[in-house]
Design a protein around this ligand. Structure first.
Ligand code: 5GP
Length: 138
């Protein structure tokens, strides 16, 4: 399986399509999922290409996981959550739809189920949720 540089997250990294950025460092980028399954649902990706966990380098995984931890703590704080679910899918058979490595961060509250996938949110709401996580990061 080869990396397709025209996948949607590669386009977001190149600024060809918009996103609600919440964090960026030399190696990683974090932004809101536009079809959130929980309030504060966001994604962390490496800036360099790889399809998923299976072809990522140890350095890509290390930098991404460090950002996943940082953003998870901020998202939990921003939403007064009780925990977080971290999801990561590999290849179509594993549930992956966008073929650039990404980790989902889903703030969770006791007894509240995830919403169904594939439902577009109001962009104003996604932006306000991004702002809450950004504030918690600062
Ligand atoms: P997965 O590949 O892990 O199954 O899911 C890809 C995720 O990307 C989904 O949660 C979906 O809502 C999200 N997604 C798909 N297209 C876009 C987009 O254009 N912008 C953003 N921010 N998220 C997207």
């Amino acid at each position: 399986m080869t990396y397709d540089s025209n996948n949607i997250f590669a386009k977001i990294l190149r600024g060809e399509i918009p996103s609600f950025k919440i964090f960026e460092d030399d190696d990683t980028f974090a932004f809101m999922d536009i079809m959130p399954r929980a309030d504060g649902h966001c994604l962390v990706i490496p800036k360099t290409p790889c399809r998923n966990l299976l072809d990522a380098t140890p350095d890509q995984l290390a930098s991404v996981m460090s950002t996943v931890q940082l953003v998870s703590r901020a998202a939990i704080s921003a939403f007064d959550a009780h925990g977080a679910t971290i999801q990561q899918f590999n290849e179509a058979a594993g549930g992956q739809e966008v073929f650039h490595l990404h980790f989902h961060i889903l703030p969770r509250h006791d007894d509240i189920k995830l919403r169904p996938p594939g439902v577009m949110a109001e962009m104003e709401m996604v932006k306000s949720h991004a702002d809450r996580i950004i504030a918690a990061l600062s």
